[in-house]
Design a protein around this ligand. Structure first.
Ligand code: SF4
Length: 362
């Protein structure tokens, strides 16, 4: 742990550094709990540069929590399309509804009430209230975990629950009496821009003087690496089923159900492929699956090269098939299904690979 003199230097130097070096970001202009909440949710697992335009569009359409609560979930998902981790958008919409129902449309300002909202954990609640209202609440996320671990010369894995407890206590112990919001942002900014995982810039660091990791040259070993993610390879097929309806070419799409990867987003019929089989067998099996699931019969032909895509721990190889000579009647499906023109598909919130297929083939 740092002594009190080092902590004072940390607060002073970090705030001074932030005053000069903070990035000009749209959510820093007007800091209301609602605006900071939206930015914090978007920034989870996503780069700042990617978030900026999504944030601006989102705030333009939903400037208040009431407007967000009143929207259809599909419109929220459409604005989120391409940002990934769609659960965040669904939970945010649910939380907005809860704010309207339980708090009269005013975003709560006490820690427990904020923490009780869907999709908000201890870090996000602390970030929202400290950044928007200067409440003295600690934060701990990816960048600050690395920064604190280096300041504490923590040699073991900082993600263990014992070490998380130490880091939360440290985060609390360094908070200044005033400007807690700026201080927390400064910590995150220093972690992301200076105290980087592999390309740390200690020569530009305002707290180099109190950093034992710098003094001992341990940056490459702190923080200790956690367990590697065990990736799972999946081979899937998307089927472009189309027919002429009232003189217009339309494609069959469906909403992904609550137990599926892209819940609430639209996608083409999609099935697993047994990669042990050859292409003729795969086409035949997929044709049978399509008939069982939808009632539609068709001859399938592979089109284009597979799309490769990673989602959480899955590495997906998605092959695309075109359904020819479609016959039969569409059975009632477990989730909403539509025949859409290419134009209508641009309006729907689609899975990332579904959108790629639209852009590539339609
Ligand atoms: Fe990180 Fe280097 Fe600064 Fe220490 S001196 S906090 S290792 S950037």
């Amino acid at each position: 742990m740092l002594d009190s003199k080092s902590k004072s230097l940390l607060r002073r130097n970090l705030l001074k550094w932030f005053d000069v070096n903070q990035r000009d970001l749209p959510w820093r202009k007007k800091r209301s709990p609602y605006r900071i909440w939206v930015s914090e949710i978007m920034l989870q697992q996503t780069q700042v540069a990617t978030v900026v335009n999504y944030y601006k569009r989102f705030m333009k359409r939903f400037p208040t929590v009431k407007k967000l609560a009143a929207a259809d979930q599909s419109e929220v998902l459409k604005l989120w399309e391409g940002l990934g981790y769609y659960r965040r958008a669904r939970q945010m919409h649910a939380a907005a509804v809860q704010v309207v129902e339980e708090h009269g449309g005013k975003f709560p300002t006490d820690f427990e009430s904020v923490l009780a909202l869907p999709g908000i954990g201890k870090y996000t609640a602390g970030a929202i209230l400290s950044i928007s209202l200067d409440q003295k609440l600690p934060i701990l996320e990816g960048n600050t975990i690395r920064l604190y671990a280096r300041l504490l010369e923590m040699k073991s894995d900082p993600r263990t629950s014992a070490n998380q407890k130490v880091l939360w206590e440290f985060a609390e112990s360094i908070l200044p009496a005033k400007r807690a919001g700026d201080f927390n942002q400064a910590l995150m900014e220093l972690g992301s821009e200076v105290c980087k995982p592999k390309t740390w810039q200690c020569e530009a660091c305002p707290i180099q003087k109190i950093c034992p990791t710098f003094v001992k040259g341990l940056q490459s070993t702190i923080p200790a690496k956690g367990k590697k993610i065990a990736y799972e390879d999946l081979h899937e097929a998307a089927i472009l089923v189309s027919k002429k309806i009232s003189g217009q070419q339309k494609w069959l799409v469906r909403v992904c159900g609550s137990d599926e990867r892209w819940t609430g987003l639209w996608d083409f019929p999609r099935y697993q492929i047994d990669h042990q089989k050859n292409e003729t067998q795969i086409c035949s099996n997929l044709g049978k699956t399509l008939a069982i699931k939808t009632g539609l019969k068709a001859k399938l032909e592979v089109v284009g090269k597979p799309i490769r895509h990673a989602v959480t721990k899955y590495r997906i190889r998605l092959s695309c098939y075109e359904a020819k000579s479609v016959s039969g009647r569409l059975k009632k499906q477990s989730t909403e299904t539509r025949w859409c023109t290419a134009g209508e598909l641009t309006e729907l919130p689609m899975s990332i690979t579904g959108r790629k297929l639209v852009n590539r083939f339609l």
